[in-house]
Design a protein around this ligand. Structure first.
Ligand SMILES: Cc1cc2nc3c(=O)[nH]c(=O)nc-3n(C[C@H](O)[C@H](O)[C@H](O)COP(=O)(O)OP(=O)(O)OC[C@H]3O[C@@H](n4cnc5c(N)ncnc54)[C@H](O)[C@@H]3O)c2cc1C
Ligand SMILES: NC(=O)c1ccc[n+]([C@@H]2O[C@H](COP(=O)([O-])OP(=O)(O)OC[C@H]3O[C@@H](n4cnc5c(N)ncnc54)[C@H](OP(=O)(O)O)[C@@H]3O)[C@@H](O)[C@H]2O)c1
Length: 364
């Protein structure tokens, strides 16, 4: 049986987007998205809205019985279908900058066509092998990227995979500007071009099965990718075997308000299901706490410390963390003092949470 939902994806308007018009999304000679109609419309002055009709088809099944089932033992999860020696050639359908022009650094949202050949789950990653050779004349090594779309994909037909990629540019010790190989390759891709991918990989960030769980998602920058994937499944799609009725709480840390990623989508979700979704931003270069300290994600979390700690004592609360490595220590620091108030050693407690798949971390 099929159910259809309409979701809105909005991207900030950007002069440098490689996808300025609706017609250039799809390479007409090679790409057909026949089964799923796409609607585009102009939105507010602040940006474009691509309205996507997601076609969801699932087998009729009784509502899932709630048992604490390991996400990692799920036989349906595919890993390493494509490896560097036998990679898959995907095609770019869309690539657009989603950070404002004045943001410190660029982040791009891209959709690749997979023809359903990469059967991924929410929370998995894919590998990308950039074109060209390295300084030793060898093909470039693959880089991993968290998948930013739900398993159904942004077009709802299970035939695409989306990524959220930060363009790495830095100045080295010699004062030269260095561009990261793969992130620049990806951000420069034009619709219609080919891209060599591997995967899917990863089980750490798979979603919990319990549809009534509390899921706290902690993201810095592009670490938002797996959570966009979770949240689309929870709130923009209809599945007969999964109806989320718990609490999803997203904390997103970015440098400036012009670097907030997928803000309009998340705000739409909040409007739709205010009782099931909480949304908190930490904008480090524009906001401070009452002590005047920089607003990092852990600074924002500290404002809800007691509430978060109470949630963490429940066995159906799941914490997910993705993004910068540094964030894990900052979050541990606030947890240590909270746990100590109850006479609990945080490091021991965290070990137990990890074992129960309630503490899930993918930082880099
Ligand atoms: C599981 C996983 C998921 C990931 N998901 C994403 C994702 O969703 N989105 C995303 O954008 N990235 C993601 N990454 C990171 C991604 O894999 C790449 O590492 C990133 O895009 C940089 O690759 P690159 O080829 O552009 O840079 P490279 O050419 O590989 O250059 C990176 C190297 O440059 C050097 N370097 C970097 N910054 C500096 C600096 N400031 N000063 C000096 N030297 C520096 C370091 O040596 C670094 O190893 C993920 C990583 C992992 C492990
Ligand atoms: N699964 C993964 O492993 C995975 C997935 C996706 C992305 N990544 C990686 O995650 C990183 C995200 O970077 P980005 O460039 O996209 O992010 P970004 O836009 O620069 O945002 C990162 C935010 O985190 C803040 N921050 C810096 N140090 C922090 C700390 N110790 N604790 C908490 N917050 C801190 C930054 O603040 P200031 O800049 O103001 O200090 C900024 O607000 C990249 O390195 C990316 O490759 C990894």
């Amino acid at each position: 049986m099929a159910a259809a939902v309409t979701a809105a994806v909005s991207f900030p308007s950007s002069k440098s987007s490689s996808l300025p018009s609706r017609t250039s999304i799809i390479s007409p000679d090679r790409i057909t998205l026949k089964k799923v109609p796409l609607y585009y419309r102009d939105a507010s002055a602040s940006g474009r809205v691509v309205s996507i009709r997601a076609q969801v088809t699932t087998e009729a099944a009784p509502p899932a019985k709630v048992v604490k089932e390991s996400k990692k033992q799920d036989e349906g999860v595919v890993v390493n279908k494509y490896k560097p020696k036998n990679p898959y050639t995907a095609r770019v359908l869309l690539n657009t900058k989603i950070t404002g022009d004045d943001a410190p650094g660029e982040t791009w949202h891209m959709v690749f066509s997979t023809e359903g050949e990469i059967p991924y789950r929410e929370g998995q990653s894919i590998g990308v092998i950039p074109d060209g050779i390295d300084k030793n004349g060898k093909p470039h090594k693959l880089r991993l990227y968290s998948i930013a779309s739900s398993a159904l994909g942004d077009f709802g037909d299970s035939k695409t995979v989306s990524l959220c990629v930060k363009r790495l540019v830095y100045t080295n010790d010699q004062g030269e500007i260095v561009k990261g190989v793969c992130s620049n390759f990806l951000c420069d891709l034009k619709p219609g071009s080919e891209v060599t991918v591997t995967g899917p990989v990863g089980k750490e960030m798979l979603m919990p099965k319990d549809p009534n769980a509390t899921i706290v998602m902690l993201a810095t920058g592009t670490g938002i990718a797996p959570f966009r994937s979770f949240l689309w499944k929870m709130f923009f799609e209809k599945h007969e075997d999964y109806k989320f009725n718990g609490l999803a709480w997203l904390f997103l840390g970015v440098p400036t308000s012009s670097s907030l990623l997928y803000k309009e989508e998340f705000e739409k979700m909040k409007e739709k299901v205010p009782e099931n979704f909480r949304l908190d931003f930490a904008v480090s270069r524009e906001q401070t706490n009452e002590k005047g300290e920089k607003m990092y994600i852990q600074t924002r979390m500290a404002q809800y410390a007691e509430e978060l700690w109470e949630l963490l004592k429940k066995d159906n609360t799941y914490i997910y963390m993705c993004g910068l490595k540094g964030m894990e220590k900052g979050i541990d620091d606030i947890m240590v003092s909270l746990a100590a108030k109850d006479g609990i050693d945080w490091i021991d407690y965290k070990k137990k949470l990890k074992k129960a798949e309630q503490w899930n971390v993918e930082v880099y």
